[in-house]
Design a protein around this ligand. Structure first.
Ligand SMILES: NC(=O)c1ccc[n+]([C@@H]2O[C@H](COP(=O)([O-])OP(=O)(O)OC[C@H]3O[C@@H](n4cnc5c(N)ncnc54)[C@H](O)[C@@H]3O)[C@@H](O)[C@H]2O)c1
Length: 406
């Protein structure tokens, strides 16, 4: 039996996937409301294919509880934020979860850390917790790192098809956990050591962050000298060895906007390109805010309450708003003691910010200037409704001529 600890964006689909592929699974989360929702037969976030997977897992007998279970494999999938000052990984959730696992786990159990951590975190923070509980690692308790790569919006497909990495002290234990993941994963699963697995996960997200920052920096250079960044990227990408990403209003979520900081925190004198890249990406919401003021000035607009931000989530077609560029932009605006921007997102049904709308038409009726922060399918299908408005298109998705870009 597998006890999955932490039933959020990663733990829940993983638990459901294993259960629906014949593995006996109990999911544990200390959030009582979340567990009650799951036990009431409802999923806790929107994701393509998740509800069907949930039904399959329920039929297969998955259980949800707030209690840690006595079992032989634990999969820990709890948050790993970064410390805003030191930039290092904040391992407190992982440590707390492993401490609680130690209270119930029998000798011979394997603890799999799925949470993303920086290289050396398991050595520095997790091993001591196990040893303090009187267990000898490799004899009484086995330790494995199995970082997750899936992307919100395509989680179910990617769980099934992505390649994976398993890090273990002992190759045989690594192979055993590989078999567990192979119950559902059709991709290649590489077994390596723990520190290499930790580093690969962080490096993958850092690669993305640096490449996004490059595109964002090009956007700033092009804006400064009145060049068309999209045309330039399109032409450059016709070169056989160039593949530049698209610029955007910033980076959010719990991976690309977080994990690269771990390397900056741990290797401050070495991770220079990464540090600058993260600052460039983090500066994009402010850059967009300045563009809004610039365009308002050009258009002779003075009323900020007639400007609306389309999209609150950190990427298209998901309901995850964590670290989203829109939230960063609103915070920045508040820091400048200004408020009044209107906001709408079809995926955010609860009121989370001031001046938030819950209908596209009402939102559009209330503004003259729309800033497309997120390229949800909804806005792509409703392009016609933007005609006649001033539009700042942060993703280059608007098909009409009269449009501003970042
Ligand atoms: N969200 C993503 O797209 C993504 C992708 C790949 C990897 N990751 C990594 O996966 C890990 C989990 O991220 P997430 O997005 O699922 O986080 P999340 O916040 O959505 O979920 C974490 C869950 O863990 C629970 N929890 C925290 N501490 C607990 C404890 N001690 N005992 C029981 N439950 C506990 C919380 O209540 C929450 O429900 C992080 O390390 C993250 O970096 C996330």
């Amino acid at each position: 039996m597998i006890n999955v600890i932490g039933l959020g964006y990663i733990g829940l689909p993983t638990a459901l996937m294993m259960a629906s592929h014949g593995v006996e699974v109990i999911g544990t989360d200390y959030n009582k409301e979340l567990v009650a929702t799951l036990n009431a037969g409802k999923t806790t976030f929107k994701e393509d294919g998740l509800d069907d997977l949930f039904q399959d897992a329920l039929k297969a007998g998955i259980k949800f509880t707030t209690e840690y279970q006595v079992t032989d494999v634990y999969i820990v999938s709890v948050p790993t934020p970064y410390d805003k000052f030191s930039k290092k990984v904040d391992a407190c959730y992982v440590v707390a979860a492993v401490k609680d696992v130690m209270k119930v786990c029998p000798k011979g159990a394997t603890v799999v850390i799925e949470s993303t951590v920086s290289p050396g975190t398991i050595e520095k923070f997790v091993r001591p917790v196990i040893e303090e509980n009187g267990f000898t690692i490799g004899v009484d308790i086995n330790l494995v790192h199995a970082p997750e790569r899936i992307i919100p919006g395509n989680m179910v497909y990617e769980l099934l098809h992505n390649n994976r990495t398993i890090g273990a002290d002992d190759k045989a234990i690594g192979e055993k956990i590989k078999e567990l993941y192979a119950s559902f994963c059709q991709g290649e699963i590489v077994v390596t050591d723990i520190k290499t697995a930790e580093m690969t996960k962080v490096v993958e997200n850092t690669f993305r962050a640096v490449n996004i920052a490059f595109a964002n920096e090009l956007a700033k250079i092009c804006r400064h000298d009145n060049m068309d960044v999209y045309e330039i990227i399109k032409i450059c990408n016709m070169h056989p060895r160039v593949n530049i990403l698209q610029p955007g209003p910033g980076v959010g979520g719990h991976c690309i906007s977080v994990d690269p900081w771990f390397l900056v925190g741990d290797y401050p004198s070495l991770a220079k390109v990464i540090d600058e890249s993260m600052k460039t990406n983090d500066g994009m919401p402010d850059f967009v805010l300045n563009r809004i003021y610039e365009i308002m000035k050009e258009k002779g607009m003075t009323d900020i309450t007639r400007v609306g931000l389309y999209g609150l989530t950190y990427k298209e077609n998901v309901d995850d708003m964590r670290e989203s560029p829109t939230l960063q932009l609103l915070e920045s605006q508040e820091r400048h003691l200004a408020t009044g921007l209107k906001v709408y997102d079809p995926f955010i049904t609860k009121d989370v910010v001031a001046n938030q709308y819950h209908s596209l038409d009402e939102f559009l009726d209330s503004v003259d200037f729309v800033v497309v922060m997120v390229k949800h399918d909804e806005i792509k299908k409703n392009m016609d409704k933007l005609k006649g408005k001033v539009v700042l298109d942060c993703h280059n998705i608007c098909s009409f001529d009269e449009v501003y870009h970042i």
